[in-house]
Design a protein around this ligand. Sequence first.
Ligand code: ZN
Length: 191
Amino acid sequence: MAVKKVLKYGEKSLREPSKEVHKVSKKITELVQDLLDTMYAQNGVGLAAPQIGQNLRVFVIDVSSNNEPLNPIVFINPKIIKKSGGIVMEEGCLSFPEAYAKVKRYKNVMVKAMDIHGKSFVLEAKDGSLLARAIQHENDHLNGVLFIDHCINRFDMDSVLEQHHLPPVEVDRLLSEPDIDEELEKEQKND
Ligand code: ZN
């Protein structure tokens, strides 16, 4: 379909919650195609509808590497139905060009969603894999949550944002994640 402009941090629709999709209509299949075209054009791992200005509960992910065939996964009305463990890893986002920072995530997730044909599926992603982290990152976008809200150090995050001419962290959006903290502490003890 078309490569769309990716909205940058600071634009309103990135902070707005997205609406459920009631029917996989032509409008939705076109939206999915736009998301895929835009994600591939930007060499991204995932892209959510609000990032191209459409506040609908749809995102796409492709974690295949450059020498592998494309493997797009489409998520419509996703719900994370299980989550466990904790991991800290560096993350970025197409709405924050070139800005990377360490964030807290669950290590394992199970997600239920609908595919492009309106068929429901369940997908499990484990061990802090790129897929496990991408599912959480993209799902957050549908709730107006951004990766910087999960940062482990708000001052480091601010300096990264400043370097890339992006607005600072919104302090009231920072997430407290005691269950992840607990898991991370457990892992440290095991080391
Ligand atoms: Zn993102």
